[in-house]
Design a protein around this ligand. Structure first.
Ligand code: S3P
Length: 426
């Protein structure tokens, strides 16, 4: 599967109940099961490369895992020193959270990943962990994987991060659970909060007060998780944009987490003029419900606050910018440069190839709405870039190359896309 040709699409009106399960919650569900006494039960786990790598790692760390294809059951007698190198594949979340989990565990652990992950910055977690006593090393003084961890006793901390990153926050919360006293972690803006919600639900002492999270050390093992993973708003958002840019289209996206730290991109699309409504259906660990998106004329917006709340959706949102009237502006988004690709340049280059005017800045870009033209765009190995430009193809037809990466987060993407347009994969 190296390239796809997508045809432009007529109006559509569909309900989608099988958007891929949430990636962030799936990673956490298998990792956190290692901290529980008894058996955790996870249904609707995301069976995509990134999260299956985390599941494999948990097995290598000695967890007892059974999987009947429906429910994954995990029980653990504590983290065991693994025989294998732990391969996180493409996943920054996997690598950074495992750093926090393993820094205090007995034994020696080596974390690696694919060529993209081995180029992404890890100092943001290895330095604060080293500062509290963790023994971690890696290339460029522990900034680049492979990382080697020798579990050690960790000191209590009061850490203020310069980056609004749920990966860094979660790493430090996991380390705090095994530190020798109460710890506090402060972030500059609230990042996604699944770790806090899930660990609290498991009985951990995790208190959130605005931007400050206080974690008490684990006195005993936690309660096992019983969780059905909701669908992923970041994956759902591709179909939200599809509906927003296709004349007379509408889509109902079912069973999505409505956690406010995750649906900011839908709010941005709403600000652009799309007709969007939310219906809450249940609330355990996370609020879960349906999101309906209907096409309406789009106008340009500026996006500069709470960037971490829509960091994964900015590539797809940029396709909506290209279809809007006026110049949209993205600011304060330097974190985009260290995602699965440098998403400022991959978005800007891709849009330029499609005949859209852009300006690139160190921390963002502008997009002047216009007429998208059919082009050939390479994903640069980044799943969200691949899927964003495939969605752009619904307007004008498109070839997108280097598609394997889509399997990291949304294996049934093409199956769903085929419900609204014709595609040719080769
Ligand atoms: C994630 C956090 C985000 C996001 C990533 C998943 C998580 O990264 O981009 O896809 O599950 O914690 P940062 O927290 O580093 O911004």
């Amino acid at each position: 599967m190296s390239s796809v040709n997508v045809s432009a699409c007529e109006k559509f009106s569909i309900n989608i109940s099988s958007i891929a399960p949430d990636k962030s919650i799936s990673h956490r569900s298998v990792m956190f099961s290692m901290l529980a006494s008894g058996t955790s039960e996870i249904t609707n786990f995301l069976r995509a490369e990134d999260t299956l790598n985390s599941l494999e790692i948990v097995k290598n760390l000695g967890a007892n895992v059974t999987d009947d294809g429906e429910t994954i059951k995990i029980s653990s007698n504590g983290i065991q020193e693994p025989f294998e190198i732990l391969d996180c594949g493409n996943s920054g979340t996997g690598m950074r959270l495992f750093c926090g989990l393993l820094s205090s565990a007995n034994g020696h652990f080596v974390l690696t990943g694919d060529k993209y992950l081995r180029s992404r910055p890890m100092k943001r977690v290895t330095q604060p962990l080293r500062d509290i006593g963790a023994i971690i090393d890696g290339r460029e003084d522990s900034n680049l994987a492979p990382l080697s961890i020798r579990g050690a006793a960790l000191k209590a901390f009061d850490y203020t991060s310069k980056i609004a990153s749920a990966q860094v926050k979660s790493c430090m919360i996991l380390a705090a659970l095994r530190a020798d006293g109460k710890c506090t972690y402060t972030e500059p803006e609230l990042s996604r909060d699944h770790t806090e919600r899930m660990l609290k639900g498991m009985g951990a002492s995790v208190e959130v007060d605005g931007l400050r999270t206080t974690v008490g050390p684990m006195k005993e093992l936690l309660k096992p998780l019983k969780i059905r993973v909701p669908s992923d708003p970041s994956s759902a958002f591709f179909f939200a944009v599809a509906a927003a840019i296709t004349p007379n289209a509408s889509v109902v996206l079912e069973g999505i987490t409505l956690n406010e730290t995750r649906i900011e991109a839908f709010k941005a699309l709403e600000r652009m003029g799309a007709d969007i409504s939310y219906e809450l259906r249940s609330d355990k660990y996370e609020p879960i419900g349906d999101i309906t998106v209907k096409q309406a004329p789009l106008k340009a917006i500026t996006v500069e606050n709470n960037i971490s709340w829509l960091i994964d959706e900015l590539p797809a949102l940029s396709i909506a910018f290209a279809c809007a009237e006026g110049v949209s502006v993205v600011k304060n988004a330097e974190e985009l440069r260290v995602k699965e690709s440098d998403r400022i340049s991959t978005v800007v280059d891709g849009l330029n190839a499609c005949g859209i005017e852009t300006t690139e800045y160190e921390d963002g870009y502008t997009v002047k709405g216009g007429t998208l033209k059919s082009a050939s765009v390479d994903s640069d190995g980044d799943h969200r870039i691949a899927m964003s430009f495939i969605i752009a193809g619904l307007r004008c037809g498109m070839e997108v190359t280097d598609l394997e990466c889509i399997n990291t987060s949304f294996p049934n993407f093409f199956e769903l896309l085929q419900k609204i347009t014709t595609i040719k994969i080769s």
